[in-house]
Design a protein around this ligand. Structure first.
Ligand code: HEM
Length: 480
């Protein structure tokens, strides 16, 4: 491996297995899904080493460790995506920028997700969701919710973020090309004909070409605050910050935004449908909240009432979405590299409950600090941190009320609950994602009837994002 132990540091390396030469444990990771990290965490504790996607990696779980990593951005760690992701997203992406350049780019992007901008996207998001649910309801066959949610997220990204007005045929072409891009964005960086990496590069080039054509043909609205889409806001914000975005930067930003929104919201949408199916009492309580606010009459939604401010005041709706994202965090973690050797605690947050399946590894190793040597890749874990956090009572239960003002279990510490990451690289699209999921939940509670089309719920896998192995088969009926 290129990175080894720091001999000047007395602490031991984290335990773990490096798998086979070159491929390391990549195949285990791809096939075992969520079980991969859980099994190694149980064996080696909250900080363990492995070898994934062509590089040695230290995986970090537990609120206190994660806090140290996230707050150590630019001092202890810096962002470092796997090589395939980094190349496919391009040098101008936020994912690949650091320090002042990152700060400047984030400032430009921030306006894209401001309250004002979100208010202007709301009707379009609603339209995409309503159209999607109409199509699902009119299909006589059960829907593969995960696959169709990917289509819905893609439409949302294309229409709301980018504002493209393209034909159905162009939309289909872009969607298929984007799926090819996504399938290979986390691949071994081996550039050979027919390798996943090469397929990803070809898909990226085709997307960039189509996006450039659409941008050139698009009437841009850069005057005033009557935004039509995020691309307009981005251009206006860049101008306000005395920056001009080149065509290459625009193309890379566009792909990065769709990349960031696509799989995450599709995963969360699927988990939301699944949890509403599993917990009819939660669905009914959501309906009660809508009725109490005058948004639901005789089983029909009163569309005219839905403003961003109204959505923000629906407390139970907020709890439901937060709980879906706690139990099924779409992003499993974030990639960094150690800029200097530092120490972490194998026990993680020091709050491992005695009943936890990891309690043995925790007790055995809690006195041990381990070194994270300079140059090693570090992946902080979101889902495992949620799963092992002692601040959540009955951690495996779906219990939206844990986020109610009376209980607020997440109040205990910022880094126990982090579906959107944290620190200077936290999710820029968090508010947009929450709005999208809330609007979907409102439509599901207000205007749809849906039933599981299989006898049981399928097993969940976590690569590339968390989703059920069968995609979740559901029959939608629409309004009674
Ligand atoms: C970053 C989660 C939706 C845009 C992140 C990160 C997480 C995350 C965990 C931090 C990764 C890290 O630490 O390296 C999610 C989840 C979503 C979601 C769970 C949906 C449920 C979106 C949407 C957009 C978006 C809809 C925009 C359209 C971004 C961007 C970053 C980011 C641009 C990079 C920020 C930076 O590097 O400074 N997201 N995201 N995300 N997200 Fe999201």
């Amino acid at each position: 491996w290129t990175a080894t132990r720091d001999k000047s540091c007395k602490l031991p390396m984290p335990k773990g297995s490096m798998g086979f030469p070159i491929i390391g444990e990549t195949c285990h990771w791809l096939f075992q899904g969520a079980g991969f990290h859980a099994s190694r965490r149980q064996k080696y504790g909250n900080v363990f080493k492995t070898h994934l996607l062509g590089r040695p990696l230290i995986r970090v779980t537990g609120a206190e460790n994660v806090r140290k990593v996230l707050m150590g951005e630019h001092t202890l760690v810096s962002v470092e995506w796997p090589q395939s992701t980094s190349t496919l997203l391009g040098p101008n992406s936020l994912a690949n920028s650091i320090g002042d350049i990152h700060r400047k780019r984030r400032k430009i992007f921030a306006k894209v997700f401001s309250h004002e901008a979100l208010e202007s996207y709301l009707p379009k998001i609603q339209q995409v969701i309503q159209e999607t649910l109409r199509v699902w309801s009119s299909d006589p066959e059960p829907i593969n919710v995960y696959r169709e949610s990917q289509r819905m997220s893609f439409h949302m990204a294309i229409r709301v973020l980018i504002g493209f007005r393209i034909s159905d045929e162009e939309m289909r072409f872009l969607f298929c090309t984007f799926l090819e891009f996504m399938d290979n964005v986390f691949s071994l960086p081996i550039d050979l004909p027919f390798s996943g990496y090469r397929k990803g590069i070809r898909a990226r080039d085709a997307l960039q070409k189509a996006i450039e054509k659409a941008i050139r043909e698009k009437p841009l609205c850069t005057q005033g605050k009557d935004y039509t889409d995020a691309l307009d806001v981005l251009l206006e914000s860049a101008a306000e910050n005395s920056s001009e975005l080149s065509m290459q930067e625009l193309k890379e930003s566009t792909i990065e935004l769709i990349f960031a929104a696509f799989a995450t919201t599709a995963s969360a949408s699927t988990s939301l449908v699944m949890q509403l199916l599993r917990h009819p009492a939660v669905l009914e309580k959501l309906r009660e909240e809508l009725r109490a606010r005058g948004l639901l009459h005789d089983g029909c939604l009163c569309q005219g009432e839905l403003r961003l401010d109204t959505i923000c005041t629906l407390k139970y709706l907020d709890c439901v979405i937060k709980e879906v994202l706690r139990l099924y965090a779409p992003v499993s973690g974030g990639y960094r590299v150690a800029m200097q050797t530092f120490e972490l605690d194998v026990s993680g947050a020091g709050v491992m409950p005695a009943s936890s399946s990891n309690a043995y590894a925790y007790r055995r190793s809690r006195a041990e600090g381990v070194q994270i040597p300079k140059g090693w890749s570090v992946m902080y874990s979101i889902r495992d941190t949620h799963d092992t956090s002692a601040v959540f009572k009955d951690v495996e239960a779906f219990d939206p009320d844990r986020f109610s003002p009376e209980r607020s279990e997440d109040r205990e510490g910022r880094f126990h609950y982090l579906p959107f990451g944290g620190g200077v690289r936290s999710c820029l699209g968090k508010q947009l994602a929450m709005l999208f999921l809330k609007l979907l939940a409102v439509e599901l509670a207000g205007g749809s009837r849906f039933e599981l089309a299989t006898r049981t719920f399928a097993r969940m896998v976590s690569v590339p994002v968390v989703h059920p192995t069968d995609g979740l088969r559901v029959k939608f009926f629409g309004l009674d």
